[in-house]
Design a protein around this ligand. Sequence first.
Ligand SMILES: Cc1cc2nc3c(=O)[nH]c(=O)nc-3n(C[C@H](O)[C@H](O)[C@H](O)COP(=O)(O)OP(=O)(O)OC[C@H]3O[C@@H](n4cnc5c(N)ncnc54)[C@H](O)[C@@H]3O)c2cc1C
Length: 330
Amino acid sequence: MEVLQSHRAEMISIAVALVAILGGSAYYYYLTKKPKGSHGGRLAWVQQGQMGMTSRVTLGDAEFKAKDKGVMLHSICIFSIIDVCHNIGCLDPENFKEFKLVKRTELSHNVAKFRFSLPTPTSVLGLPIGQHMSCRGKDNLGDDVIKPYTPTTLDSDIGFFELVIKMYPQGRMSHHFREMREGDYLAVKGPKGRFKYQPNQVRAFGMLAGGTGITPMFQVTSAILENPNDKTIIHLIYANVTDEDILLKEELDNLASSFPNRFSVYYVLNQPPEGWNGGVGFVTKEMIQTFCPAPAPDIQILRCGPPPMNKAMAANLDNLGYAPQMQFQF
Ligand SMILES: Cc1cc2nc3c(=O)[nH]c(=O)nc-3n(C[C@H](O)[C@H](O)[C@H](O)COP(=O)(O)OP(=O)(O)OC[C@H]3O[C@@H](n4cnc5c(N)ncnc54)[C@H](O)[C@@H]3O)c2cc1C
């Protein structure tokens, strides 16, 4: 009986080893045959040394070196399992999940940046570019409220995500965020949204953002400019009431100076300060004509702002001859 049991244990170990080797081999084959740059994860395998005698597999900062091919295949297998887990993401489209607020930074009297930790330091949020999440909170009467928000971070930010939130005095969800303190949890569900980002899906994007409508634009812009294989050109018109209301200004200006041929931003203010050299009033047809790509099958104009602005922008775009498929509203 004992002999049988020890044989059984041996058989199980051999089966596990075989699965690991086969899995590792399959993943190695997948890595080496897949075109460079198209791998979504961070796993890398290289041969080095004389005649490729030493192999090295890396996952982010972790590294494993071996001369023995069997040992290497095992390590590839283990790393690939970690890599696959890493890329699954933490969101559930059907159920709210709780994320802990680890840092709250006040950016102005009514805007704050909220950093939430993910379950592990290597977890990613798993939100496709251009999509948003539903966040649930309580208003000042204690009633549930659910509103959409777009993180300003990407899945290349590991272990956390950030929201930049403007808190309106009468806003129901604004009340929830105003009351949130480090250590509290936020209920989040997603991903949500119809926007599907593909690198080079258009030649150029025009973007019309108002107030907090900047966050989806910022996310798409960051993803495009971060991807060396994406050549899309972006022209953003960003409208606010005063210069103090402009969100993410430093980040936007940095992107414009780092990518002068790929990204431009034109600020428009209702109440400009003295010496203001941007646009004044509401976003007009003339501003769109001057700063956005002209109607064409390979361009798209994205818009996100308060409902009256979205309505006015849709009318402007229709009048300028942008076909429905050239327009998208977040
Ligand atoms: C795709 C998407 C992504 C978004 N991402 C973000 C984000 O990252 N950060 C963020 O802060 N918001 C974002 N928003 C807006 C957000 O969903 C809420 O609409 C906003 O937080 C106000 O909600 P509230 O419940 O506090 O206000 P409500 O209770 O809905 O409104 C109360 C009052 O607040 C004022 N108010 C509300 N919304 C606006 C507005 N947009 N402009 C001017 N005044 C307004 C008005 O006076 C209004 O009467 C996003 C919206 C969409 C559609």
